[in-house]
Design a protein around this ligand. Sequence first.
Ligand code: SAH
Length: 490
Amino acid sequence: MITKKQTFYHKFKVPIAIHNTMLLTITTTHYPATDLGYLLYKNPAKIQSVEISGGKAHIFYPEATEERCTAALLLDIDPVGLVRNNRSPAGENFALEHYVNDRPYVASSFMAVAIAKAFATAMNGTSKDRPQLVDMPLPLEAKLSVVPVRGGEAFLRRLFEPLGYQVTAQGHPLDEQFPEWGTSLYYTVILQGQVRLRDLLSHLYVLIPVMDNDKHYWLGESEIEKLLSKGEGWLRNHPERDSITRRYLKNLGRLTKQAFAILDATEAAAAETEEELSEELPEIVTAKRHSLHQQRLETTLDELKKSGAKKVLDLGCGEGRLLQLLLADSQFEQILGMDVSHRSLEIAQDKLKLDRLPEKQAQRIKLIQGSLLYRDKRLAGFEAAAIVEVIEHLEPDRLAAFERVVFQFARPETVVITTPNVEYNRMFETLTAGTFRHHDHRFEWTRSEFEAWSREVATRHSYTVRFRPVGPEEEAVGAPSQMAIFGRNV
Ligand code: SAH
């Protein structure tokens, strides 16, 4: 029979032997192994500490020779402080839980927070002194002294093995004196692999709280961004993608749905670029060498150049045609391309040959996966944004969300938006009346519809707006595409 006491133990008791060892170590045998210090931005000769909410994290090196170097991250969480700060596990009607809980002793979400804080630069993939090592898979071993794994060893393996790690897990009995109580949730975990350090850190950052699957001490919309940015390049195709996403965003049901929407973004929208590029202009103008799309991009580039912006966003960048033009122009020092479609980003990455760019060029540009329908802090701090042939892919009832994301939160000084002019459709001989130019378009606007919407947006967010036709103008119907250029008032 399981007594109340046992139930309590099952839930909270951390095996005695492993108390006070909330420790992560990262070891390399790369030669010289002490390069690890440069990659982590933490000098092996010093003990350093960073503050995290709920306590402190200390970084030190138990060993640092040229053959083998180990960095340790030790958490020092104050359990009583946690309760005072109202960060204890909530939602249980058992007051004792507030004081007796495993949080101070195990690698939980605190460990993830500490990793992000202590090793932020390494996680972002930069190293001033050893840049050549950042993208190099190194022989690495991570050891988590104690980590709760809801789902057990099998789940643990399903999380890490697809990422290329050899996994060793040692279970801990709940209480050595009462073996019949069985094993606890807690494991000592060793991960070994030939991986980039930045990837190892991102994997740990996302997967430690996923293993734990308890209430996490973080909440908020920015969690989606963190999940997407730290999960970049590996989460989308991970066989446990759904359980990782669900657990990471635990208790945030609404956010989970949004994250799935982004990860699942229909590739139909992405198919647009190629098809639309072949959009035939009517005969009268085919003599012109430039395709309509090329004209759109050049007009956009012209407006971005005139704005004087150095830091620019290309939102809904698709396969990166505009990015290519931006990259070729040295006015643009920082270029961020975002698209909801992972497939498009892969194609963009290929087309731009991002892997082969010289370091200095590569540093100017970044591609991220994200949706224009959700607030995203990564979009802040840019001077101009281009949104070329994207809005017509959004559901009309989501335009308000899009508007806030761009004009209220990202809020660049200049915003350039283009969309088809539906009045021009009758000039396309192949287009039956009443149909859109692309099957994924949710709407196409007349000039007056686009202008009315743009003016309202400008008024609501304190921008001015002017308009510019794109492509050859016909008297009755205007040009095939239309552009609005917004300028921020303050
Ligand atoms: N701007 C590019 C691509 C236009 S096609 C060009 O001019 O070449 C439209 C793009 O918008 C597609 O790549 C599609 O994936 C993207 N998109 C659609 N909905 C989006 C959303 N909610 N957030 C971000 N991008 C989106």
